[in-house]
Write a protein that binds this ligand. Structure first.
Ligand code: ACO
Length: 383
């Protein structure tokens, strides 16, 4: 039975296109639930491995299950030769990190001639999650003339990413900061990149293709590409007294303030709450509290000015503003912000693909034709 609706909803705003057990986003209450847990609890309690297990199995692991899962994830950290070759080629071009991650992710489905397609999608899924940090860290080191590091056998996923990037075993505070970030952004309803992954997998395409498509969607500045510009903005402002004139000028010029506004949240994004607390802890123990205070000042001024310039729009701080601050505190360059987002979100993309596959119906909406209907062909010589 099919029923055609001719109502066009730009941006599919408020259209429900999936059922999910993975996360619930309440934009009015400012509440995010991930697999049954408030984001605040998951972010502060779980290791990244526990979060991955939770999303893929809809249950917390026992100690035994966690040990086995952690081991199978760690077993896939190293990169295939084709992926390393791609990273070396991209280094010669100095390709942006996010573009390189997308190209390198695509190499993960390369098979030798005659080799059968993988019969175990869970293994492919582990391979993607395990290798994303290795790809980003290896490429970053190559770009800076350093040899990629092999994953440290005694470190968990989050700590290993820091280790492979910066070359030293991270402190407990830094590991917790990284883990908090990855847990916080692991899944978020039917956002643009997750929808992309679900559309691709709904055609019965393969998991790697779905994830490559999602990476493309995440990269855009209206989605996962905002934290770099948000941090640049704080640095350009430089001191609290400059915040108001700077931000007012941007709004007068019709520019968007990066790190503010959200399609679903009409109050402060709960992830901004979690990440601002994590950033404060990190900066207090090991950072520049002046920068943290400046960011708070910029945030307050931006929210007040957005209410003045866009009344009734409820434009509040989104996840990207404090992502920028936290990742900067952990030593990340802005070029690494969006790829690091992908290192967490790939878990949610895969979980959504599994959900879509379990009850698949090809995602194929309608369009409304608004073009001409009565043209007559004009031969080339008469045009
Ligand atoms: N700064 C200034 N004005 C804004 C902002 C902003 N950050 N966000 C929205 N507006 C304005 C729009 O210009 C529009 O004004 P108008 O009605 O006068 O034309 C109004 O608010 C509504 O904006 P829409 O574009 O309809 O809202 P939408 O739901 O499409 O936008 C989005 C959501 C894309 C996130 C938007 O708020 C934005 O561009 N923010 C800045 C980029 C950003 O921070 N992106 C990260 C999002 S979080 C994530 O994806 C992980």
């Amino acid at each position: 039975m099919s029923q055609t609706t001719t109502t066009f909803v730009p941006g599919l705003e408020d259209v429900v296109a999936a059922q999910t057990r993975l996360s619930s986003v309440d934009g009015q209450a400012g509440q995010l639930i991930i697999a049954g847990f408030p984001v605040e609890e998951l972010a502060s309690q779980a290791t990244f491995e526990e979060t991955v297990y939770l999303l893929w199995h809809d249950a917390l692991p026992t100690a035994e299950q966690l040990a086995a899962f952690t081991q199978s994830l760690a077993a896939q950290h190293t990169l295939p030769r084709a992926t390393l070759a791609l990273l070396e080629a991209a280094t010669r071009q100095k390709a942006p990190v996010m573009d390189t991650l997308r190209m390198a992710a695509a190499t993960l489905s390369l098979r030798a001639e005659g080799e059968a397609p993988s019969a175990d999608p869970r293994r492919d899924a582990l391979g993607l999650v395990a290798r994303f940090p290795t790809i980003v860290a290896a490429y970053w080191r190559l770009l800076h003339g350093e040899k990629p590091l092999v994953p440290h056998p005694r470190l968990g996923h989050a700590a290993n990413y820091l280790y492979m990037l910066f070359g030293k075993v991270p402190s407990a505070e830094r590991t917790r900061g990284m883990e908090t970030y990855l847990n916080t952004i692991v899944d978020h309803g039917l956002n643009a990149s997750t929808f992309t992954a679900r559309v691709i997998i709904s055609t019965q395409s393969d998991l790697v293709s779905a994830i490559v498509g999602a990476l493309g969607a995440l990269k855009g500045p209206l989605h996962g590409g905002a934290p770099g510009p948000a941090l640049d903005m704080v640095f350009e402002i430089g001191e609290a007294a400059n915040a108001e004139p700077y931000l007012r000028r941007k709004l007068e010029q019709g520019e968007r303030l990066m790190g503010f506004g959200h399609r679903v949240y009409k109050v402060r994004d709960p992830r901004a709450e979690v990440l601002s607390a994590a950033a404060e802890r990190l900066y207090r123990s090991d950072g520049d509290m002046g920068l943290y205070h400046l960011a708070r000042q910029v945030e307050q001024t931006a929210v007040a000015l957005l209410a003045e310039y866009k009344p009734g729009r409820n434009l509040q701080t989104n996840v990207e503003f404090y992502t920028a601050l936290l990742l900067h505190g952990l030593g990340f360059s802005t070029a690494l912000f969006t790829p690091t987002f992908a290192i967490g979100r790939v878990v949610g993309w895969i979980a959504h693909c599994f959900e879509q596959q379990a009850l698949n119906r090809l995602i194929r909406p309608q369009s409304v034709y608004v073009g001409a209907k009565d043209r007559r062909w004009i031969p080339l010589a008469q045009r």
